[in-house]
Design a protein around this ligand. Structure first.
Ligand code: GBH
Length: 511
């Protein structure tokens, strides 16, 4: 708006010798333009939807109720309690298994269009394997939740796998055993059959990078294995086929009748070149390809990113491996996986500089040395409080622009974006975080024409933050984890988000 006003001023200055009428006409035209521009520039498009996200293990609790079996997070928390800060676990978590109606009431208070939640595989198919019994009580929980959402005018958006693998399948090798592809497809089919009349948006996996890198690469996530540079690639290779099979199952057996859409959620940081040099630009692009492209390229464009294939093949050979540590897809598999998405989704939290560096020691076998870039923040970028990660809102706009360019202008959902506090209800920094990120997104939509149609805040309420337990709080509602009733109390950000959704405007920029 200021920029438009500035334009008026220069028009007036340049035209002060012109007659009054012309200046007046120009001014009127400018006003119209300004108003139209204000409307266009400040509000989210009519089809844009707002939501919040959670995940089963992080909120449900009831870890062994109504026939649910143990999953890998139950298992690691129970067997190896120091895996998690303060030896926290998700046995009770937010107790959403019993409090789902209250949760839906909170969602309604915020005014969201949709709720992105995940389904616990071990609640629905306790034995995990294809053909094993479906646990009706587990299914009922999700049917009731979905019905409650629909009754309240909130669209359900389902993540089918948010990291809580049935322990029975881990015992068979988890994501390293290709048999899991059929087990997963059976699980997916069960969900379409049981819930597909009401659920119209499915996401096969949340952040497969965390499943494979966290679970098998650096070991920060259950099951906590660390063989980076090998098992993380093998896990991904199998998981991508499981994703594709679940997609094709929907396509072939359910889509015509249920008319829903299906995709996958990947996380990425934004990688900003540390300088204008071609080498640093190459480093930044490589960062995005290794983090987001690792999954998105096979699914959208076909096969792994060429830079991953080239670098990992080359380093593997130099290291004496008989075959590349990056498994190969057959041509048939490439075609089978390619195109298995109706939308492209991204979870975004932070950004970094990326700098080109000399080739890593060839004896170092790891994803990081395959990637081989230096990442570091700018001192001027703001920190979360206390310092945890850098707040880089403009990275979100750049990320969706990069996705548009790299993946042929797909429909994009922001499926997570959020801020961790450590307590208190006046969460001004979270409001700032949301506002700045949504603002960057709005610019990408309106100025660059990026086709982003959904924004999802992480998270509805404070919950079990994986290895960090309850110490990091991402919620718009605070949860008292000392109280057996797990009461929820709104933070200031809940009212802020409600105002954004109601006005479709980032509040203080409208005023
Ligand atoms: C998402 O993970 C998960 O989907 C969700 O379950 C989780 O609760 C949420 O984010 C918050 O973590 O260490 O500098 O990257 C995404 C991976 C890892 C992103 C921790 C935020 C903190 C900043 N998250 N990360 S940094």
């Amino acid at each position: 708006m200021h920029y438009i006003k500035f334009l008026h001023l220069s028009v007036l200055q340049q035209t002060d010798t012109m007659n009054y009428k012309l200046v007046w006409l120009l001014y009127l035209y400018g006003l119209t333009f300004e108003n139209a521009n204000a409307a266009i520039n400040r509000t989210f498009p009519a089809n844009f939807k707002f939501g919040v996200a959670t995940a089963s293990y992080q909120i449900e609790g009831a870890w062994n109720e109504d026939g649910k079996s143990e999953n890998i997070w139950d298992h690691i928390c129970h067997e190896n309690p120091t895996f998690v800060v303060n030896q926290d676990n998700g046995d009770i978590a937010c107790d959403s298994y019993h409090k789902y109606k209250e949760d839906v009431a909170l969602l309604k208070d915020i005014g969201v269009d949709f709720y992105r939640f995940s389904i616990s595989w071990s609640r629905v198919i306790p034995e995990g394997v294809a053909g094993s019994p479906v646990n009706q009580l587990g299914i009922d929980y999700y049917k009731n939740l979905v019905q409650e959402l629909i009754d309240n005018g909130i669209e359900p958006m389902v993540t089918m796998y948010h990291w809580d693998l049935p322990e029975a399948l881990q015992d068979l090798g988890g994501w390293l055993n290709p048999e899991i592809i059929d087990h997963y497809a059976y699980y997916a089919k069960t969900l379409y059959e049981e819930l597909g009349d009401s659920v119209k948006h499915w996401m096969t996996f949340n952040e497969p990078k965390q499943t494979c890198m966290g679970g098998y690469g650096d070991g920060n996530m259950a099951p906590g294995y660390n063989f980076t540079g090998l098992e993380d690639y093998q896990c991904t290779h199998i998981l991508l086929k499981a994703h594709a099979k679940a997609y094709h199952t929907y396509d072939e057996e359910f889509r015509a009748e249920q008319q829903g859409s299906i995709g996958i959620v990947m996380d990425t940081a934004w990688f900003e070149p540390a300088s204008d040099s071609d080498q640093d630009k190459e480093a930044a692009e490589r960062g995005l390809q290794f983090m987001y492209g690792w999954f998105a390229n096979p699914i959208v464009n076909g096969n792994y990113p060429q830079v991953m294939i080239d670098r990992i093949d080359e380093r593997s050979a130099a290291q004496g491996y008989a075959v590349s540590r990056l498994p190969k897809f057959t041509d048939e598999e490439i075609e089978y996986i390619k195109g298995t998405h109706d939308f492209v989704a991204v979870n975004y939290y932070s950004g970094t500089y990326a700098q080109w560096i000399e080739e890593a020691d060839i004896n170092d076998v790891s994803y990081n040395s395959d990637l081989n870039i230096l990442v570091f923040p700018d001192d001027d970028w703001e920190d979360t409080e206390p310092p945890w990660f850098k707040i880089v809102p403009w990275g979100l706009g750049k990320t969706v622009n990069w996705i548009r360019k790299t993946y042929n202008n797909p429909e994009i959902f922001i499926t997570e974006n959020g801020y961790p506090d450590v307590g208190g209800l006046q969460d001004d920094k979270r409001i700032y975080f949301y506002k700045e990120h949504m603002s960057s997104l709005l610019e990408a939509i309106l100025d660059d024409g990026v086709n982003v149609t959904r924004y999802t805040a992480w998270s509805l309420m404070d919950n079990f933050e994986w290895g960090l337990g309850y110490s990091k709080k991402y919620g718009m509602y605070s949860v008292d984890f000392e109280d057996p009733d797990r009461p929820r109390t709104p933070k200031a950000s809940a009212a802020y988000y409600n105002q954004v959704i109601t006005t479709r405007c980032l509040v203080d920029v409208c005023e």
